[in-house]
Design a protein around this ligand. Structure first.
Ligand code: 5GP
Ligand code: ZN
Length: 212
């Protein structure tokens, strides 16, 4: 059922929806209607009582501590509480949003630029030989905290981690079909797919060896 919550921020609406989702399904519609008939001030008061429900929102709101590394108006970086290696950093938008694809373009740009600086710095500080940037979307992909975040994981020889995956086989036809389907959907959306000629040129570019 679609119900408007007037005068609330998207974060407040999301927090209320998260609370509604905890009710038995048969009670959710009537509870949602009851809430929607309340004045925004009442709902805001209720939101305050509920508070941010997500652990990274709580860190952003300074409600729970974290070992902060970087902060600007939109981006936060702090040490992972269960690091894969020394210097393991999490980089998140301050705004609650679940998936990478939910990020506003400006947020995405700021996060990527901040990550360049963070990765460069942490690699030097801990004397790593390389690093991984890992970002998971959805439980199936291993996302535990449903607030978009990037892991910067410094790597050392013999650290015992592996992000290797098994390889699946597809026929040329299957490759061609999926390529065409993705490109078709990209161009119909934002015209951001490279043109065929440009794509051929891009394919010729050799990967660069990173310098730390
Ligand atoms: P995910 O599996 O969702 O990609 O990663 C979530 C990460 O968040 C995990 O590596 C976990 O150790 C970290 N994490 C979970 N709760 C907290 C917390 O309260 N503080 C900090 N600093 N990291 C956390
Ligand atoms: Zn959050």
């Amino acid at each position: 059922m679609f119900v408007m919550f007037e005068g609330l921020t998207p974060e407040e609406v999301k927090a209320i929806e998260a609370e509604l989702a905890k009710l038995p399904p048969q009670q959710q519609d009537s509870a949602r209607q009851r809430l929607a008939s309340m004045r925004p001030e009442e709902l805001k008061a209720m939101f305050k009582k509920v508070g941010p429900v997500c652990v990274f929102c709580k860190i952003a709101a300074k409600e729970i501590p974290a070992r902060m590394i970087y902060e600007d108006a939109d981006v936060l970086a702090f040490l992972d509480i269960n690091p894969a290696n020394i210097g393991h950093i999490l980089v998140t938008p301050k705004r609650h949003t679940e998936f990478f694809t939910d990020l506003r373009d400006e947020e995405a740009k700021k996060i990527i630029v901040a990550m360049k600086n963070l990765a460069n710095t942490v690699v030097k500080v801990v004397g790593a030989e390389g690093f991984n940037i890992l970002q998971s979307n959805g439980k199936i992909a291993g996302q535990e905290v449903p607030h978009v975040h990037f892991h910067i994981i410094p790597r050392f020889s013999g650290d015992g981690h592996s992000f290797a995956w098994s390889h699946k086989k597809f026929s040329d036809e299957e490759f061609a079909k999926i390529q065409a389907e993705i490109v078709k959907n990209l161009t119909s959306g934002k015209k951001s797919a490279p043109k065929a000629k440009k794509k051929r040129e891009l394919e010729k570019i050799k990967p660069r060896i990173p310098k730390y």
